[in-house]
Design a protein around this ligand. Structure first.
Ligand SMILES: [Zn+2]
Length: 587
């Protein structure tokens, strides 16, 4: 006995065997039941979804010798002849090879005669869209006034190429792509009858390759059986069909969800090892994540996902641990990578980078959670923020250069916003102090302020009378500060050093020193070679150090504030800088 391919051997012979087209068989069976049978049918749909099979089943149901019934008996001569393709009254015409008007004229001649044996004369025209315009016109004449003993069944993959005049005279049935689960179910039925050992995973791979077509799926199964025999191993199917193993996709997503960069890179190595096309793998991974996303978003996915039950169960388990937001972000990374893969010379690198990016993606905080937490900040921290504001204003930080003069601390709290300002106090001239120069700037304070740090006090005093001189002194390190000797060191080659050495500056400095120290100290300016480490820090350095210390104190205080810590937690940020309100407002 010669080998019959599975697609022919297992061609459905009844409506109940027709997989995935229940909407069609139900309607046809109802029509037969009620006796309301159209004279022309148009079956449309992709190849291999059951159009021609349905045409034959319909022909048998209409002509069965047991009587017209929703299911043909398949044993009477009429049924068996139609199955064998030998029934004289059922004419199967291939539209693709009988496109001319002459063919249709012949058909029209044939239509006139009564059926020789069966109840009806049935014309099945496959690929009807291939007919020429003239042929369609000739056919139309018959369709307009069909004899009662004639039925037409047209089948086409491209209904849009069939003239509207023909379409409008037919009862149209759209055949669907067969869902993967149904193809697998039918394949399972067939392999059991055939005594073949094959797993559901392998059958799913076969069905997926068939892409919604039962005939294609069965052809693929034929190919697999020719290669493997009656015992089919999954690995063989994987290598034979060149499909990406679903386990690899599951492993890849698991690595990403676990934030396991090493495992993710291992997947790329495996993709390479198996010889998969990187872009194909990326495409399959996109598909896999899409499935997860839909599963997560919708929950009930029966008609949305083309998956077998086993796959769906595994997918559901994986989707459980993945937040929807993360899935969306993963998907957009992969889609970008897919675009890059189209024109890169380093496909593996692109895939690796994408997977690493996905595996190191910071978890997203859902927006509703964010809003909820923000609300909490407002409740918990709202008053706290106001408190902090008030507290800050009440105790402005002490300036490191000039500590507040005695008495400043008991300033009334009613003027909390005034920034620290003791550097330049209004001059109150007295008889005892007459500054040497009146050209510009405020008068020096008559009574030098005393905080215990003579050098700092002296610089403030100089700044009061001669701001420029004061600024230069700020850059010097006080090496000796006594009533007899004022020794100031500057970095080698400093501008301040040379400009303080000029005679005007010397005179002014001497005068101010006289007033401040009530003595006439010798003023010595020294050049310090770098890195000697002998000089104490100058006032600017001290100020900078003090600023840093204060900033760190402020940060410490801010971070321990409940409102701030809650905000940092919500946004997952870090504290960059604390700007005192007083200073911010004045800037
Ligand atoms: Zn029959």
């Amino acid at each position: 006995m010669s080998y019959l391919v599975l697609a022919r051997k297992w061609r459905p012979q009844t409506f109940s065997e027709l997989t995935g087209q229940e909407h069609v068989s139900q309607t046809l069976q109802n029509a037969i039941d009620s006796g309301r049978i159209a004279h022309a049918f148009l079956f449309t749909g992709a190849r291999g979804v059951g159009k021609t099979s349905s045409a034959r089943i319909l022909a048998k149901a209409l002509t069965c010798e047991q009587g017209m019934s929703p299911e043909p008996c398949n044993v009477c001569p009429a049924c068996t002849e139609i199955t064998a393709g030998t029934a004289v009254d059922v004419l199967e015409i291939d539209g693709a090879s009988n496109t001319g008007v002459d063919d249709i004229r012949e058909l029209r001649e044939n239509v006139k005669y009564l059926p020789s044996r069966l109840r009806y004369k049935i014309f099945i025209i496959d690929e009807v869209h291939m007919l020429s315009t003239n042929a369609f016109n000739a056919l139309l004449k018959t369709l307009e006034e069909p004899p009662p003993h004639v039925k037409f069944i047209f089948a086409t993959t491209e209904p849009h190429k069939v003239p509207i005049t023909i379409l409008s005279r037919c009862q149209r049935f759209d055949f669907r792509r067969i869902p993967l689960g149904k193809v697998v179910g039918r394949l399972r039925h067939i392999v059991e009858q055939e005594g073949i050992a094959i797993s559901d995973v392998a059958l799913t791979m076969v069905a997926r390759k068939g892409d919604g077509s039962m005939r294609d799926s069965l052809s693929v199964l034929d190919q697999v059986l020719a290669f493997c025999g009656d015992q089919v191993r999954d690995e063989e199917v994987v290598s034979l069909l060149g499909v990406v193993d679903r386990r690899l996709l599951m492993d890849a997503t698991a690595a990403i969800f676990d934030r396991d960069t090493r495992a993710a890179l291992g997947i790329v190595a495996r993709v390479d090892e198996f010889g998969y096309n990187v872009r194909q793998f990326c495409g399959e991974l996109i598909d896999h994540l899409r499935n997860l996303l839909i599963l997560k978003a919708v929950g009930d996915v029966n008609d949305l996902l083309d998956l077998s039950e086993a796959e769906l169960a595994a997918l559901r388990q994986q989707a459980d641990g993945a937040p929807l937001d993360d899935l969306q972000r993963h998907l957009s990374i992969l889609l970008r990578a897919d675009g890059e893969l189209a024109h890169t010379s380093f496909p593996r690198l692109v895939l690796e980078m994408a997977l690493v990016r996905m595996a190191t993606l910071a978890p997203a905080v859902p927006v509703d959670k964010l809003l909820e937490r923000l609300k909490k900040i407002e409740e918990v921290g709202g008053s706290g923020v106001a408190d902090a504001r008030a507290q800050w204003r009440a105790t402005p930080p002490a300036s490191p250069v000039v500590s507040p003069p005695a008495g400043a601390s008991d300033r009334p709290a009613s003027t909390p916003t005034s920034p620290p300002q003791p550097v330049e106090r209004p001059a109150a001239p007295t008889a005892s102090s007459t500054p040497p120069s009146h050209r510009r700037g405020p008068q020096p304070a008559p009574e030098p302020r005393r905080t215990g740090d003579d050098w700092a006090d002296f610089v403030v005093y100089v700044k009061g009378g001669k701001p420029r001189l004061g600024s230069m002194l700020e850059q010097g390190s006080p090496l000796a500060v006594t009533a007899e000797r004022l020794e100031i060191g500057f970095p080698e080659g400093a501008f301040a050093l040379s400009s303080l050495k000029d005679s005007d500056s010397q005179a002014a400095l001497k005068e101010l020193a006289l007033q401040f120290f009530k003595a006439d100290p010798a003023i010595v300016l020294r050049s310090l070679s770098p890195g000697t480490g002998e000089a104490p820090p100058n006032l600017l350095e001290k100020k900078r150090a003090e600023d840093e210390r204060r900033q760190s104190d402020l940060k410490q205080a801010a971070t321990s504030h409940p409102a701030v810590s809650e905000a940092l937690d919500v946004f997952g940020g870090t504290l960059a800088e604390v700007v005192p309100l007083g200073r911010k407002e004045s800037q």
